[in-house]
Design a protein around this ligand. Sequence first.
Ligand code: NAI
Length: 336
Amino acid sequence: MKIGFFELEGWEESLIRERLRGEEMLLSQDKIDEITLPPRTDFDIISVFVDSRITPKVLEKFPNLKLIAARSTGYDHIDVAACRKRGVSVAYVPGYGDNTVAEFAFGLILNLSRKIYYAIDQIKESDSFDLRGLRGMDLKGKTIGILGTGRIGKEMIKIAKGFGMNILAYDPFPDQDLAMKMDFRYMPLEGVLVRSDFISIHCPYNKATHHLINGKNINIIKRGAYLINTARGGIVETDALVVALKSGVLAGAGIDVLEEEGETKDEMKFLSKGKPTAMELRTMLQNHILMNMPNVLITPHNAFNSQEALARILSTTLDSIKGFINGQPANLVPEG
Ligand code: NAI
């Protein structure tokens, strides 16, 4: 089979060559999207990370494609319906780093609640040990609202318990056994927004969760709460987020994922070669406003990025590809 790996860092190459010995392979550090296509496109299998965008137009360029192996849990950057129409299977990596992402989300929470980032920055920038402006708040006794109680949401609940927080959750498919066992309460989304001091998002991005937090419901959030998003940028309407931060509805935000993230990361190329819509340009501009707000901590989609998680991602992806080649596909994205 002809297999193309994209968005590699380099360290993965020896393991890929060892596990897929005998296969014809291209190992590339580039991403794939409508603007950036590889020099050859005759692959049976491609594997991408999160910065590629597999649209119907991109799929047309890969006539022999049978499998896309996403090296990520989220697969919203791949048009799965278009793949199905063309008979292309899509594999993903379920659950490689549940604790990894949850630990990072708590890193953002602690940085916001105890102003750790600002304190470190102050010393580095001005050698100042002044405590003014650095008073934080305890997590113990505060309420955290978890949106999405899947693999990562569950790890969040365990960690929040350790901090002595009260836990509320919203999920259209609640796990009541877990709620009993871990002593937390499910509520409708609005109930969670109204009561939580910290809101942390852990649902997938799809049509139903697009702008789950939006201009209509953001203002019911408890005044002075913090919003943490390590799931996907499009779950929060960027316009509404900027307004809520400016008006003080939100005291701050910890954001690992931005709406129009790929375009914002690679602006020069996007603006020179792509055809951005007015909406995309607006969101990209607002991302810059967010980046410069003192009460907003933005990280570059880094929550997954631990050594252990990356080893698990690669190993699961190679299992999926080997399984597919041997007629036993594994880790295919669920139907529907
Ligand atoms: P999961 O599939 O185990 O759990 C998702 C949960 O969200 C499920 O319980 C589901 O019922 C719930 N859900 C579905 N629709 C919802 C809605 N409208 N409102 C609230 N909850 C809803 O997924 P997992 O492994 O916990 O990952 C969650 C997301 O985290 C991924 O889809 C991915 O986008 C993101 N992620 C981000 C990473 C990063 O580096 N920043 C790394 C890994 C995942």
